[in-house]
Design a protein around this ligand. Structure first.
Ligand code: SF4
Ligand code: SF4
Length: 415
């Protein structure tokens, strides 16, 4: 329809005011390339790479344009001859997407290596000797806020099966994630704690793998499909009623397995079975679980939506309802909490200037809300919030955390 309703919702359009940096502009470019009116040249690829993939343009579109599918197909078509990313980005992507994320054992080794480096304070030594200055500023900042890595992951920490407290409501399969289980294994442990307390039996299938979100967003659809097939097989074999995600980006990718595999007759049905069972933990707790009680000392909190949780899984109310239930917590809604923070998968690494600009605006709203703790529901957003605090919170009093950890620390167990 070219109505332009999506323009004010688009972070890159808001930052630049340029039509090509908007959903409508990008769709026009895609159509011009498909119709043979233009070659998908360097500038075309740049515009496609500038898109955050936040999908804020979808809920506001009166015509129901599924922009997320269009940008993924475009990137997939471009992937074979993309030259716009710098060689080191292409190399890191190749290693991470093809050699690491699909293999849980390798992710465990990576977690172990990171943990050792942190334990031996190699990162601090690199800082002191000036070695870190060889890296771009955004990577130096990323090193400063990196959480403690885990070499065990959630299964190594607490095992695969966890009975429900009290009468069982349903069996939930926990999707543990790949980066999540290395950098936020404690959040996975806390997810199990909340789910069992709410009446769910929890199983963590050990053979599950990466959801494929980063692959699909980067134009590597065939790899994403391979990872999806593996997850479908593993969770079907586990006989679960629901699949819990605690990372908005992973959850959004998994609710779209039906679309990802819609042209594969052998997997279409399984993909729809899987996708219909995926919920964010906040929705599982609010919609299907027994009511929980939370209590703690006085704290001011605010919430940054995960774009994919909000715009694709359409979940924004459940995490807020849970946070507002916590006795002692004062929740303040910050301005434009629904706007992307600039993290967007690996966007803050591949497009650091635009990501930094978006983050600076975000932090102005955070500071106006003046929370003690800034909460979110996705590991990428959480790291980006930590980067923002590192840069903007001169007093050093603000913290960032995952909603799950915040709730689990204040959970009052039923008697
Ligand atoms: S994508 Fe939707 S909101 Fe944007 S211009 Fe087209 S019809 Fe309008
Ligand atoms: S996905 Fe986000 S950045 Fe990309 S066009 Fe839509 S609103 Fe803009």
């Amino acid at each position: 329809m070219r109505c332009g309703f999506c323009l004010p919702a688009c972070p890159t359009f808001r930052e630049t005011g340029v039509e090509q940096e908007s959903p409508r502009g990008r769709i026009s470019l895609m159509k011009a390339a498909v119709d043979g009116l233009m070659e998908p040249n360097h500038d075309f690829e740049e515009q496609m790479n500038h898109c955050l993939g936040c999908r804020a343009c979808e809920p506001v579109c009166p015509a129901g344009v599924q922009y997320g599918h269009l940008i993924e197909q475009t990137r997939d078509a471009l992937e074979d001859h993309t030259q716009t990313h710098r060689p080191w980005i292409r190399a890191v992507r190749r290693i991470a997407f093809q050699q690491l994320f699909p293999y849980q054992q390798r992710m465990r080794l990576l977690g172990g290596a990171l943990r050792l480096a942190q334990k031996w304070k190699l990162n601090q030594a690199a800082r002191k000797t000036g070695l870190m200055k060889l890296f771009p500023p955004h990577l130096q900042a990323m090193e400063r806020i990196m959480p403690e890595a885990s070499y065990q992951g959630v299964i190594g920490l607490i095992g695969e099966r966890h009975p429900a407290k009290g009468e069982k409501i349903a069996t939930v399969g926990l999707f543990r994630g790949c980066i999540m289980d290395v950098l936020f294994a404690g959040t996975n442990v806390n997810t199990v704690k909340l789910l069992t307390e709410a009446g769910f039996e929890v199983v963590i299938p050990p053979d599950q793998n990466c959801c494929g979100a980063l692959h699909a967003h980067s134009g590597e659809a065939e790899q994403a499909r391979g990872l999806a097939r593996r997850n479908i097989q593993v969770f079907q074999a586990a006989g679960v009623d629901y699949i819990a995600s605690n990372a908005g980006g992973c959850g959004a990718s998994m609710v779209e397995y039906g679309h990802l595999l819609h042209e594969d007759p052998d997997w279409k049905e399984g993909a729809e079975w899987f996708a219909s069972r995926v919920f964010d933990i906040s929705d599982l707790l609010v919609r299907f679980g027994r009511a929980l009680q939370f209590s703690g000392s006085a704290v001011r909190i605010t919430y940054q939506d995960s774009c994919h949780l909000r715009n694709v899984m359409r979940s924004s109310d459940a995490p807020r309802r849970l946070m507002k239930q916590v006795e002692g917590a004062v929740f303040t809604e910050m301005k434009e909490a629904d706007r992307c923070c600039g993290s967007a998968g690996i966007y803050n690494l591949t497009q650091p200037d635009m990501a930094g600009q978006i983050l600076d605006h975000k932090m102005a709203h955070v500071q106006a809300a003046a929370p003690d703790c800034l909460l979110t529901s996705n590991p990428g957003c959480l790291l980006q919030m930590k980067l923002g605090i590192d840069k903007h919170d001169a007093a050093g009093t603000m913290q960032a955390g995952h909603v799950v950890d915040f709730l689990a620390e204040r959970l009052v167990p039923a008697k």
